[in-house]
Ligand binder design. Structure first.
Ligand SMILES: [Zn+2]
Length: 306
């Protein structure tokens, strides 16, 4: 007990000073040490480590992640979090989320304005990955070099999908451990540089899972359906599920869609079926994930859920 008194007393003093500097009321200041009506030293001696008696939750962030990662951080629910030019939504549980793009280089900085502690900067290093070239032949030529009259349609469709990705809903479905939407071999990896019928195209924006036509697709995490269309030019049957705070999943080439915009789906709920609609050489599920317009690798999200 004596030892705890000597180590904890200075901490309490510092805490009181910090709180005073922040202009916090004296009632709040006293809370950590006198909430049980016991003397500070007595309570500290029987209590767990000092961190747990602090009136705020400390910020938790990984120190390094791979390109294409989703980062779920934790902090005090009263904190404000800034990443780049974006103010990140902090959930009532103190969770916040952002993603590191395929071509991002680090380190990146997250600025957290914590109650009591004030503004702190956290650094996340980015581990570069290799992006192999993937050659895909036998794709319908009109989907690789669309005729001009089709280009306008494609642009329109892509902007309507981009629009739903600007949502910043106050849900934290993204914090669920994600599950595979279908079981199968990975037939195309996120980020690979793609060459269709000899023409270099943009990197693969998601992960392809080989599965038979008609295989039921399960929601990898809960969310709200924000887009559902049976026949986009490039992506065919297309569904977007929003997991909150800018995180969304898109599912392409579907042969069947069982949901409509506005529906809530729970994790594991079947919302459609695998197909080969749009630019596809055969039936498979393309699953892409975004944080706003930043694309991330669903495989890393699955791996982090283990
Ligand atoms: Zn794909």
């Amino acid at each position: 007990m004596k030892r705890a008194t000597t180590t904890l007393a200075p901490l309490a003093a510092v805490l009181a000073l910090t709180l005073a500097a922040c202009g916090t009321t004296s009632a709040q200041m006293k809370k950590p040490s006198t909430s049980n009506g016991t003397a500070p030293a007595t309570q500290a001696a029987s209590a767990p480590p000092p961190a747990s008696i602090l009136p705020y939750r400390q910020t938790g962030l990984p120190t390094a992640v791979q390109q294409g990662s989703m980062i779920v951080g934790t902090t005090d629910p009263g904190a404000s979090v800034q990443y780049g030019d974006r103010h990140l939504r902090v959930s009532p549980n103190g969770r916040f989320v952002f993603a590191i793009g395929r071509d991002a280089t680090g380190p990146v900085t997250v600025t957290v304005n914590e109650p009591v502690a004030g503004k702190k900067r956290y650094t996340v290093n980015i581990l570069p990955r290799d992006w192999p070239i993937e050659t895909i032949n036998g794709v319908p030529p009109n989907t690789v070099n669309p005729p001009p009259e089709i280009a306008a349609r494609i642009a329109r469709e892509q902007s309507s999908v981009a629009e739903v990705r600007t949502r910043d809903d106050a849900r934290e479905d993204f914090a669920q451990p994600f599950i595979w939407p279908v079981q199968g071999r990975i037939s195309g990896r996120f980020g690979n540089q793609r060459v269709y019928n000899g023409t270099p195209k943009s990197p693969h924006s998601g992960m392809d899972i080989a599965a038979a036509n008609g295989t039921p697709i399960k929601a990898p995490a809960a969310g709200i359906v924000t887009f559902a269309s049976p026949s986009l030019y490039l992506t065919g049957g297309t569904v977007v599920i929003d997991h909150g705070a800018g995180v969304s999943s898109n599912f392409l080439h579907l042969s069947r869609i069982d949901v409509k915009v506005g529906d809530r789906v729970e994790q594991g709920q079947v919302f459609g079926a695998v197909g080969a609609t749009g630019r596809a050489t055969g039936p498979h599920l393309h699953w892409g994930m975004n944080w706003f317009d930043v694309r991330m690798d669903p495989l890393l999200v699955l791996e982090s859920a283990k």
